[in-house]
Design a protein around this ligand. Structure first.
Ligand code: NAD
Length: 491
């Protein structure tokens, strides 16, 4: 069925969604509920896949590998371009589903999630046409020509989280397939619907059966069987640090190739020369957009003591401009993704008070009407916490930010580096040497200077310390999803 003909765009599905295995939509034996976080009500039933479903999907992907891996890059590229085109054509309708499943405002899904997903498919579909590999001519002990060939590896196991469902999935699917691997992927059980729509786009684009397979289910029941399956030689995971470390250990035991994109507790440093009129709206967005549910959100803001009061006043005023409500309406922020996560975020706000913090704005929001039982939290700004407090150290992954003052560059760099995480950071200053010096000493994968979330897919992306292992991006994803082979020809 073509994506544009899917009934789910017009009415909530009466039947449970299905897995996509070997080019067919197939039911799992059991199903489970998927909740609309803005209403707190079940809106769709999804497969609760187990080992048996994963085994079928891996079997199909393994069987499809010889033919797919030996197809031309032009062919693979053209199919991925078709997927991009189909998603783009249905962007508005898919954005509504993404919002319904995740809790984010429809306007955000339309503006960011879906366009970036389309861009990712186009980027990796075209990047694959331009990769080159080194060659070397040697003279001793014999004359020979050496060159490198990048071979696809096999069945890639891809596991993604709930915060940017389709967008983060596209970072894995597009390069895995472009490089000639077949895939079995598991979206988050909390946000599987747009992945299911995407499988219709792959079908419509004409992907051969078995090249792309999707199993929906929980991490323990479907994710782990995929990770440990002996016919899955590489695993790409995005999610929490605790799960990522478990997956890393499981992969190490079988010597699998693994890439881990994990949690963050990102610092934002604001130096005195910063133009606050320009910077504060950007910092506010970096803190709260998508309900603060982006691994790259600023959650610790360090402001130089000489501008602290001025900054705080402007920051709180900007945060209060963020409206919270029905994701279908004209609001800046929607619902927190699940009740469990809502309770976690609220528990940290309560803890902040116990830890001696001052709450300047935010907390629970009651929304009337259909969203009465949804999970809503306003941008929450906390000061007065000790560097070692749990609110400053733990990843909260919601619209909650701790603001602290600093005196010197050396001190703030030490403090910014003093969490177990190392995903990203922001630095704001009008002085270029201050930007360069600070950026070079921060132990993170990405530093944004006077900007935030500006992604150039040619650049490596990933985390250090407990935030990840490996990098994604044009060259890095190419290397991850292929095995380099050196071929030597005697001349
Ligand atoms: P999560 O780790 O709970 O789940 C992520 C995925 O892993 C889900 O599909 C889940 O079902 C699956 N999973 C869970 N247990 C598993 C297991 N034992 N074996 C295999 N799969 C398993 O994370 P989440 O709550 O969905 O997402 C939020 C986290 O993701 C945050 O920590 C956030 O920082 C992180 N994140 C990181 C990045 C990044 O690029 N570094 C991007 C987005 C989100």
């Amino acid at each position: 069925m073509r994506v544009s003909d899917l009934k789910i765009f017009d009415e909530d599905p009466k039947e449970p969604l299905k897995n996509f295995i070997d080019g067919e939509f197939v039911s799992a034996r059991e199903t489970m509920d998927s909740i609309d976080p803005s209403t707190g009500k079940v809106w769709v039933k999804i497969p609760r896949s187990k080992d048996e479903d994963v085994n079928l999907a891996v079997k199909a992907a393994k069987a499809a590998f010889p033919s797919w891996s030996s197809s031309t890059v032009q062919y693979r590229s053209s199919l991925l371009m078709k997927v991009a085109e189909i998603v783009e054509k249905n962007l508005e309708k898919i954005a509504i589903l993404e919002s319904r499943d995740q809790g984010k405002p429809i306007n955000l899904a339309k503006r960011i999630d879906l366009p970036r997903c389309v861009h990712n498919f186009r980027f990796f579909a075209t990047a694959i046409l331009h990769h080159t590999a080194p060659s070397s001519h040697q003279d001793v002990p014999i004359r020979a020509l050496n060159y490198v060939k990048h071979d696809p590896i096999g069945v890639a196991g891809l596991i993604s989280p709930w915060n940017l469902p389709l967008y983060l999935l596209s970072f894995k699917l597009a390069p895995a397939l472009a490089t000639g691997n077949t895939v079995v992927f598991k979206p988050s059980e909390l946000t599987s619907v747009t992945a299911w729509v995407l499988m219709h786009a792959f079908d419509e684009a004409g992907f051969p059966p078995g090249v792309v397979n999707m199993v929906i289910g929980t991490g323990a029941e479907a994710g782990e069987p995929l990770v440990i399956h002996p016919d899955v030689p590489l695993v790409s995971f995005t999610g929490s640090t605790i799960v990522g470390k478990r997956i890393g250990a499981l992969c190490a035991a079988q010597n699998k190739k693994v890439s881990l994109e994990m949690g963050g507790k990102n610092a934002c440093i604001v130096y005195p020369s910063t133009d606050l009129e320009k910077a504060v709206p950007m910092i506010t967005t970096s803190s709260f957009i998508n309900q603060g549910e982006i691994c790259l959100c600023s959650s610790r803001v360090y402001v130089h003591e000489t501008i602290f009061d001025n900054f705080l006043e402007k920051y709180v005023a900007n945060a209060k401009k963020f409206t919270v409500g029905d994701p279908r309406g004209d609001f800046t922020l929607g619902a927190i993704n699940s009740e469990l996560h809502y309770n976690k975020v609220m528990s940290y706000i309560d803890l902040a008070v116990k830890e001696g913090g001052t709450i300047h704005c935010g907390g629970k929001v009651n929304v009337d009407g259909d969203c009465h039982d949804g999970y809503f939290i306003a941008p929450t700004i906390i000061t007065g916490l000790d560097e070692k407090s749990k609110c400053v150290q733990d990843e909260i992954f919601g619209p909650v930010v701790c603001v602290m003052s600093f005196k010197t560059k050396e001190e703030v760099i030490d403090r910014a580096n003093a969490t177990p995480y190392g995903l990203s950071a922001c630095v704001f200053s009008a002085l270029s040497d201050e930007l360069h010096n600070t950026a070079s000493q921060l132990r993170v994968g990405t530093v944004w200077c006077n900007t935030w979330l500006t992604r150039d897919l040619n650049m490596p992306f990933g985390g250090t310390k407990q935030s990840g292992m490996g990098r994604e991006g044009a060259t890095d994803s190419f290397h991850f999803f292929t095995e380099q082979k050196t071929i030597c020809i005697a001349l």
